[in-house]
Design a protein. Structure first.
Length: 257
């Protein structure tokens, strides 16, 4: 691992996901991580975009809950099996990270419709295709048309979902849940133990789907260890934390001296 900017506490600001809350991240910039180094960071609650590694250090709550699925133990629920059957005609492919105009179009429309946010091509490439660790790309097609994609980090024992986006015109396919099921299966095919879902956000409709993958474990911020959770993770965690859509690299961190 090559540290570009050492760990620091970012400024406190309003949380955009829970009214009345304040958020703060601990972060650093790094590249040239190997799979083992990445796995260790993910196992301690870190997330990343490009060179930017971060985890919550909020002053008032601990409601950002990292989740991971034990791949060998996971079995789709009845509703997830129905979803798989309904989408049986979709084509799934995975491989190395490779940006394309179609991928950016999906990301742009997904950001507009789901988050009411405009996107920038340079920021998109910098956040998702500037590799600092091993990564993979999942693509979902209906016929010849790509309708969804997933970007993943690959650790020595895990896959971690970095970002998943789908064409809103195909929302009826349930592509968010379907994509996660495909990524779990990809982790299984690679012989990996864990699939990291990112942060679960109690009370955030955008993150509700992450509670549907069971069994799974959640990171206990106070005890600093993973715990098994069968019910909603906020019921088991003593002090859960909240972020919604993990943000891209902050502009002030993009060009370190």
């Amino acid at each position: 691992m090559h540290i570009i900017q050492p760990p620091q506490m970012e400024e406190i600001s309003d949380c955009p996901y829970l009214p009345g809350r304040r958020k703060r991240y601990e972060s650093f910039l790094a590249d040239r991580l190997d799979a083992g180094e990445l796995a260790r960071l993910l196992a301690e609650g870190w997330r990343k975009f490009g060179l930017y590694y971060f985890r919550p250090a909020c002053p008032e709550c601990r409601l950002c809950i990292p989740l991971r699925v034990p791949v060998a133990d996971f079995s789709p629920s009845r509703s997830q099996r129905r979803l798989l059957r309904r989408n049986a005609g979709l084509r799934i492919a995975s491989g190395r990270l490779k940006p394309s105009q179609r991928i950016y179009e999906i990301y742009r429309e997904h950001s507009r419709r789901r988050f009411d946010q405009e996107s920038d091509p340079e920021e998109f490439l910098f956040s998702f295709y500037l590799q600092s660790c091993p990564g993979l790309q999942l693509e979902i097609r209906r016929g010849e048309e790509m309708i969804a994609f997933g970007l993943l980090d690959q650790g020595s024992d895990c896959l971690s979902s970095v970002y998943f986006a789908f064409d809103p015109r195909h929302a009826e396919c349930g592509l968010g849940n379907f994509g996660a099921l495909q990524e779990i299966e990809l982790a299984r095919s690679l012989g990996l133990a864990w699939y990291y879902l990112g942060y679960y956000v109690p009370g955030s409709p955008r993150m509700a789907y992450k509670d549907h993958f069971r069994p799974r474990e959640y990171w206990d911020w106070e005890g600093r260890r993973w715990r098994r959770a069968e019910g909603p993770p906020e019921e088991a965690a003593e002090n859960p934390d909240v972020t919604g859509r993990p943000r891209p690299i902050p502009a002030r961190l993009r060009r370190p001296d």
